[in-house]
Design a binder for this molecule. Sequence first.
Ligand code: ADP
Ligand code: MG
Length: 617
Amino acid sequence: TISKTKLPFQAEVAQLLHLVTHSLYSNKEIFLRELISNASDACDKLRFEAIDQPALYEDQPNLEVRVSFDPAAKTITIADNGIGLSQQEAIDNLGTIAKSGTREFMSKLSGDQKADAQLIGQFGVGFYSGFIVADRITVESRRAGLPAAEGVRWVSAGAGDFEVDTIDRPQRGTSVTLHLRDDANEYLNAWKLKSVIGKYSDHISLPILMEKEEWKEGEDSKGGSMVKTGEWETVNQANALWSRAKKDITEEQYVEFYKNISHDYDAPLAWSHNRVEGNTEYTQLLYIPAKAPMDLWNRDKHAGVKLYVKRVFIMDDAESLLPSYLRFVKGVIDSADLPLNVSRELLQESRDVKAIREGSTKRVLGMLEDLAKKQKTGSESGEGKIDVGSGESVPSPEPTEGVTDVVDKNAQPTPAAEAAAEFGDESGKYAKFYAEFGAVLKEGLGEDFVNRDRIAKLLRFASTTSDTVSVSLADYKSRMKEGQDAIYYITADSLAAAKNSPQLEIFRKKGIEVLLMTDRVDEWALNYLTEFDGTQLQSVAKGAVDLGKLQDEAEKKAAEEAAESFRPVLERLKEALKDKAEDVRVTTRLVDSPACLVVQDGGMSTQLARMLKQAGQ
Ligand code: ADP
Ligand code: MG
C-alpha cells in the first residue's frame, strides 16, 4: 500500500484540465452524464468479472448508482458499487488519458476558446468533465475482492497534480465527490439533478437512485424547506434502451444512446432496432454514423458493436458479429442464447453468432437500400413520414427467421417538419453515407460472396456523364447503347486523370458512358465483380477493347487495313521496346492521341501495379 503521495498528471491531462477549467460552458451539465456513465461501466465490469468469480459480489449483488448532494458542503457525490479501483488503477486511470475519444477531442482543438468550449460539450472528456463544475474532486474507491484496508483516496484540484492515499473502505466500488465552484450551485438541487439524469442517463440499464425529499413547514411560520427522508428512489427508467418497445423510445433517446455508445458527437444517419425470434433470439440496435471515424482504415479495428448476453455486457468491438466491411456500424446486439462466459475464440465458432452475423448483415444492407431508395426519389421527405431518421421502414429482407418489429406500426407520426429539422432531409443521406463509407462497403465485394449482388447494387460511381459519385450500375445499364454488351470502367488516381485518359477517346466519340473509378480499393474490389445483372464489367485499359457490335463494318475493315500497312513500323517498334512492352498493336480506340499504354488481358492493371509499388511491393 501507499502512503500519502503527490503525483503529477501526464502532460496531456494537465493541458486538458487547463482547457476544462478555463473555458466557459454552455453545456456544463455533461459532467453528470460522464460520471454516471463511468459508474455504469464499472458495474458492467464487475458483472463480467463475477461470471467466473461470484465472490466479487461480496454481500451486495444489486448494482446501482447513488447520486446525492449536500448544499451546506456544496458537494455532489456519485457513488457506485461496481468494480472499483485499486490504488495503482486510480493512479493510472485517473492520471493519464487512455481513451481514444479524448485524444481525438484534443486533436480537434482549435485554440479558439469559444469553439473549443462547444466541442467539449459535444464530446465530453470523461472523468475530467468533473472539473467543469468542481474546483476539487475527491475519489474514494475499493476494488472488488480487495480487503477494506486497501482502499484508495484520490484528490485533485485539477491543476498539475493529484494526491493519493490509502484509506480504509469497507464498501466496494467508487464514490466521486465534486466540490462545486460557486457558479455551479444550481446543481445543488434535486429537481435539477433529476432532469439532467433524465436527459442523458435514462437509458442506462443500472438504477440511478436519489434520496427522497419532502417539504417540511418551518416553525413559527418561518417558511418551509425540503428535507431528506432517508429513503432512496430510482430516478431513471433503468432498463436497457434496446430492450424497450420502439414506441416507448423517442428519436432523441435513440440519438442520445448512439452518442453514448459511439463517442460520436454527431447524430447518426439511420438506425434499425429489432427483436429477432426463431432458432436464434437476439435484439439488435444498429446505427449508421454520419461521419467516418479517424481509424476507419485501420483493419485491426472492427465493428463498433457491443455484445450483451441477456442485458449483461460481454465485450466491445465484437468482430464476429458483423463482417469487416461493415465496420462503420455502431450499436448493440443482445443475445438470449449465448453463454455468459463466451470468449472471443468461442464466438468465432458459435452457430448462434453465425446466425446473428447473417441477420445483422442483412439488416444493415437493408438500411442502406432504404436510404438509397430515398436518395433516388428524393421527394419523399416532408410528407408526414413516421420514420425520419430511423430505420423503421426498413423492409425485412428475406426473413429467414421471425423478425418482430419492436415498433408499434400505428405509433403517432412524428411531425415531419420537426424531424426533418433535426435529422435533415432523408433524400440526401445516401450520398452522405457513400461519401464517407462507400470505399469500405466495396470491400464487401471480395469479402461477402453471399451478398455480393446486394452490395453491387449499392455501389455508386462517377462517370463520363456524371461528375458526382451517383451512378449505380443499374443506372448505367439503363443507359447502355444498343449493341453495347459490357459495362465499361476506368480506374485512376483522380477524377481528372480518369477523365483525361486517352483510353476514353473512342468511347467519347461513340457516346458510350464509362464509369470513372478513383477509390484505392476499386481495382481490388472489381476483381470480384466481373459482371452485374448478366452484363460483363470491362476495364477500358485492358487488352484490345472489343467494342463488338458497336463497331461498324467500315471501321473494322479500316483497322485491319491499317494493321497490315503499319506492319513494318510495328515490327520496328516491337524490336525497339523489346524489354519494355509485351506487344505493340494498331488500335481503333484512340481518336486524338497518337498512342497509349494498355495492360495485357488478364494482366495486372497499371493502377494496381502503382498501388502495389506504393505499398512497397
Ligand atoms: P473512459 O470512461 O472512456 O475510459 P474516463 O475519463 O471517463 O474514460 O475514465 C477513465 C478511467 O477511469 C476509466 O476507464 C476507468 O478505468 C476509471 N474510472 C472512472 N470512473 C470510474 C468508476 N466509477 N469506477 C471504476 N473506475 C472508474
Ligand atoms: Mg467515461
